[in-house]
Structure formats: C-alpha cells, structure tokens
Design a protein around this ligand. Structure first.
Ligand SMILES: *Cc1c(COP(=O)(O)O)cnc(C)c1O
Length: 379
C-alpha cells in the first residue's frame, strides 16, 4: 500500500541534475573525477580528517576497514547487537568473530561499561555506532582501545555533523564510515565514504579501493607505472553519483537546519503527550550535538507499538520500527548469540518506533503525524 505521508523521501535540492549533466558532458563518468574530488575536499575541510574517500556505500567502507585490519581467523571484533547488519558482516567476511555488546538504555549506543568484560587476547577492534547521530561515550571507548591496542572504527552512518565534547563524530577512530544511502541526511541513492584519521592507513586504503593497485599514486605522478601491489576490490562510485552528492554537500546548512527544525517540532509537540502516555522520546546528553538523523520513540510495550503502527497506517502515515537484535538472528546464533545476552537491545528493539522524517516533510504533514499521535488511545 502507498502512504500519504511516507517514512522517507529522498531529497532533491535542485542543482543535482545540472551537476549530473555536467559530469556526463565532460566525458568522465567513471570514478575519481571532478565531483568525487570536490566531495573528498569538502569532507576533509569540514571534519579535518587526514583523508576522505568516497565509496560505493557504507557497507563497502566497512569492508575496506576490515581489510585494513588484516584480520586473522579467530580474531574478535566488538560490535553492538543493535545495529545494521553491515556493521558486523564486513568483519565476518574477513573471518572475524563478532562479539556482541549490549546498548545503553538512554542513547541506545554501545554500553561502554560492558567493553572491559568483552575484551580478550583475540580482540582487534571496537565498532561504535553513533545511533541516531548521537555520540557514543568516546571518552571511555578511546582510552580503553588505546590501552588494549585495539583499532576503533566508527560506524558514523547516522552521525555526519554530530559532535561529542565539541569534536566531530567520525574523527575519533582511526577509521570512520559514512553512508549516503537515500535514507541518510545526505544522499546519492547508494553511496558512502571512508574517513581516515590515521595517516598510516591512507596509502593502503587507496590501494584497496583501486582493486589492489597503486593507480592513485600513478595518477599523482608518484610512480611511473601502476601495478598489482596488494589485495583489494573496486569501491569507487561513478562520477554521476558524486555529482548528485556534491549538490547535497553544497546545501549542507539548509539540509541540517531543516532537519533540526523538523526534529525540534516533534520534540516540542510530543513531549507532554509522551509523558502522559508513558512514552520516551530520544535522549541527547549535554555533551552531544546530534546530527538530526531520526526521530524515534520508545513505547511502553511491543503490543502498544503494534497498535500505534496500525493507528497511523489507517491515517495514511508510515512509521517503522528499526534493528532486530543481531545476536538473535540466524547468523548471530551461529556465533553463539542467545536470548538474554543483550537484554537492553532485546527490549528496545521491541519498543522503538521511528516517525516520518525527511528534508521535504512539510509542516502541515508533520502536524498531521503529531495530531494522529495525540488521537491514539491504546485498546
Ligand atoms: C545505513 C547504514 C549502514 C549501511 O549503509 P549502506 O550505505 O547502505 O551500505 C551501515 N551502518 C548503519 C548504522 C547504517 O545506518
């Protein structure tokens, strides 16, 4: 069925189509042309990372990270159970064993207090996910990782322009991954980026992204022929996609301001209702500036959530739940996951509901969503 108010709609700012036409007319539509370079520069300037590389998606940026780690069979990587499957699959693909950590009940981010108990001699990395663009407790995670010589890879798919203690999300770990899927704040349909904060990883990341060749160095005139030097794959997006993305980057302020406005309007009009219905709205700690990626609510129970989804559906509004606990999935159970391992994840996964949230959501439509919630009576 189609909904009058969908959950998501990809943003079209305006200049995207002109930039795409420009890239096509230029005769260079494969990767690493003018628009890709503009995107790299923009990301590097905004966040001060050593290197930014566009990728075909966030999943592939995570896979590049896993290749960079040189994982050996039996190596362990600590991940939250409450995340998208790619956060984990990328490392499993390289033969690592995922170790699932539970989340904090307030921000739904990986519970840093559990990490010391999960680290073993085989642990190689921690992958914090900044859920809903609100920072994980990096104050605890970074020193712990340093003490145990672990690499931190931030899955920052939700968190572009979020900050923790006045520092950009995506600049804490040696590596961070971004998504430009159509559901994210900035999009080109399918796309991503690897942000590199550890200078020592830059050259090899370029090689892995270019099929295991030193093609990037060749184009910069640093070697006189290019050849196969390492393992690798093909992770470059087409210029056509980079052109679309760059138009969105140029509109970053408008996009983020609009999303902040939508987020604040939900918060403002729903806080009283939430209190009287035993519903919890998102928690954003004092030291976090969120990225305005989503607006979720925690309902009192799975049953009430189902009733509310149907209530909204009858009014043409699509609201959706989110991640199912990965430790309880078929694959997660093969890695030893079982019920009760991550109780907070298991509970929140049942209670969480996301409201329509996208750049083009009009005030009128948003107020309709709000009024529909106000009219909800649990049966
Ligand atoms: C969207 C998302 C991904 C995957 O992004 P793709 O670009 O679709 O590969 C990974 N991790 C998280 C947390 C996400 O939200």
């Amino acid at each position: 069925m189609s909904y009058r108010i969908p959950f998501n709609k990809p943003a079209l700012i305006g200049p995207e189509l002109g930039y795409i036409a420009d890239s096509v007319r230029s005769g260079h539509i494969s990767g690493d042309g003018k628009y890709t370079k503009l995107c790299h520069q923009q990301l590097e300037t905004w966040f001060g990372v050593k290197k930014a590389l566009l990728t075909t998606n966030c999943t592939h940026a995570l896979e590049m990270s896993a290749i960079l780690l040189d994982l050996q069979p039996g190596d362990e990587v600590i991940v939250p159970s409450f995340t998208f499957v790619s956060t984990v699959n990328a490392f499993v693909l390289r033969g690592a064993k995922p170790v699932f950590a539970d989340i904090r009940p307030d921000t739904l981010n990986i519970d840093e207090t559990l990490l010391p108990g999960l680290i073993t001699e085989r642990t190689r990395a921690i992958v914090p996910v900044h859920y809903a663009g609100v920072g994980c407790v990096m104050d605890a995670i970074m020193p712990l990782a340093q003490r145990h010589n672990l690499t931190v890879i931030e899955d920052n798919a939700h968190g572009l322009f979020g900050r923790y203690n006045d520092q950009w999300l995506g600049t804490f770990g040696a590596l961070a991954t971004q998504s430009f899927h159509e559901t994210k704040n900035f999009s080109c349909g399918e796309g991503g980026a690897l942000l590199i904060n550890d200078e020592a990883l830059v050259e090899r990341a370029e090689i892995i992204r270019e099929k295991g060749t030193n093609r990037s160095r060749f184009f910069r005139g640093m070697v006189d022929k290019y050849t196969w030097v390492d393992v690798g794959s093909s992770y470059l997006p087409s210029e056509v996609l980079a052109a679309y993305l760059y138009a969105q980057f140029e509109a970053s302020e408008a996009i983020q301001n609009k999303r902040a406005q939508i987020w604040n309007r939900y918060q403002q009009h729903l806080s009283e209702w939430a209190q009287s219905h035993d519903v919890r709205l998102p928690t954003v700690p004092e030291n976090c500036e969120q990225a305005y990626h989503m607006f979720y609510m925690l309902l009192p129970s799975l049953e009430i959530r189902t009733q509310l989804i149907n209530h909204l559906k009858e009014r043409g509004i699509l609201a959706v739940f989110h991640y199912l606990p990965l430790h309880l999935s078929d694959m997660g159970q093969q890695f030893g996951g079982s019920p009760g391992d991550c109780p907070v994840t298991e509970e929140m996964s049942d209670r969480l509901l996301r409201l329509p949230f996208f750049y083009d959501l009009s005030e009128q439509d948003q107020m309709e969503v709000i009024h529909a919630l106000w009219s909800f009576e649990e049966g």
